[in-house]
Design a protein around this ligand. Structure first.
Ligand code: ATP
Ligand code: MG
Length: 153
């Protein structure tokens, strides 16, 4: 599914819509792809807000992960840009994270290779004119349910 995002507001609205349509989980994996500055963190922040994340929303650029409590369960925002390799993810304890969270939101998933495991929904952001083109792809049953709900939202 493609969606044209003419400005930052449109990116935030897509994040909020994804929050409103998010399946219950646990262990949902949403990957956010796109070049530097494409809008991955902007979308992730709107999604976290929409899910009712408590406290300040911080950037996981240096910490790699930032956890949030939401009324529907905990959510982990990950930014793997600075991940050394897949082994580092393993040593951080990734193995247990999917069971422990409703949703993992992962920027720069390509840094982890295949070690993230099966993805539910992939969202690619590409620069186009002065805005962004979003391409969403469901990769599991839960991802398909998520996209179906987004289409009718
Ligand atoms: N649809 C849009 N059209 C134009 N500009 C946008 C759009 N969405 C977001 N932006 C702008 O693009 C920038 C995106 O920055 P953001 O930190 O979200 O990118 P990122 O993909 O997370 O980058 P990084 O890979 O460095 O983490 C912000 O300045 C934001 O205002
Ligand atoms: Mg970012």
């Amino acid at each position: 599914m493609n969606r044209w995002l003419p400005d930052e507001d449109a990116t935030c609205r897509l994040g909020a819509a994804l929050a409103a349509c998010c399946p219950p989980g646990p262990g949902l994996l949403l990957t956010l792809r796109g070049d530097l500055g494409a809008g991955k963190s902007t979308l992730a922040r709107a999604l976290l807000k929409g899910l009712g994340a408590s406290g300040t929303i911080r950037s996981p650029t240096y910490t790699l992960t930032e956890p949030y409590d939401t009324p529907q369960g905990s959510v982990l925002h990950m930014d793997l840009y600075r991940l050394a390799d897949a082994e580092e993810l393993e040593s951080l304890g990734y193995r247990d994270w999917r069971d422990q969270h409703r949703l993992l939101i992962v920027e720069w998933p390509e840094r982890a290779g295949r070690s993230l495991g099966p993805i539910d929904l992939d969202l690619q952001l590409d620069y186009l004119d002065s805005g962004r083109q979003a391409c969403l792809e469901a990769l599991s049953g839960a991802g398909e349910a998520w996209l179906r709900a987004l289409r009718v939202a």
